[in-house]
Design a protein around this ligand. Structure first.
Ligand code: ZN
Length: 183
């Protein structure tokens, strides 16, 4: 049985919209939404690492930890019925965000494109870790959205990753290499 659901597509499209918004604001191109068991978006987040610190409670920015997923988690506060919730991200979550997803035992995590350098998959073996085994992992379910998400993140991978990381990125998404070369 396929793990992919029809509703996955519009939610991933929303994460791409949020990722584009982050670029406009000078942050990294990553977006995320958390959806409850009834299919309602209960929190949205986008990377806000390079934006000014907000005055509102439950808002984070201007921080190395202001990843899209963490921004959404802070906004959400206590997660009700995590076993019914799905987190969608435009990019494979990093160790910090992947760890948070596993620790609160969300039902599912779905991402548009892989992150061969910074992604949690390099270190978390989701199906082997006892804390994470309740979370279903659905990487890159739609090829067109995967390409779109990879194109969106490529310039950031080129800028932020060490040479080895960029090499890993280009090996995974060779068609995005040229795109990131552009000034
Ligand atoms: Zn992260």
């Amino acid at each position: 049985m396929s793990k992919v659901r029809p509703e996955d597509r519009p939610f991933l499209l929303r994460t791409l919209e949020l990722a584009r918004e982050s670029v406009e604001k000078g942050s990294s191109p990553i977006g995320c939404v958390i959806v409850d068991g009834q299919g309602n978006i209960i929190a949205e987040g986008r990377n806000r690492a390079h934006e000014s610190w907000p005055n509102q409670p439950h808002e984070i920015a201007d921080s190395s930890f202001a990843h899209a997923e963490m921004v959404a988690f802070y906004r959400l506060g206590r997660v009700k019925n995590p076993e019914e919730c799905t987190l969608y991200s435009s990019l494979e979550p990093c160790l910090m965000c992947g760890g948070a997803i596993g620790m609160i035992q969300l039902a599912r995590v779905v991402w548009a494109c892989d992150d061969p350098w910074g992604g949690s998959g390099r270190l978390i073996k989701w199906d082997m870790h006892p804390a994470y085994e309740k979370t279903e992992v659905v990487p890159c379910p739609f090829e067109d959205l995967e390409q779109e998400a990879a194109k969106l993140f490529a310039p950031e991978a080129k800028k932020a990753y060490p040479e080895e990381g960029w090499k890993a990125w280009v090996e995974r998404y060779p068609e995005t290499a040229e795109l990131a070369e552009k000034p």
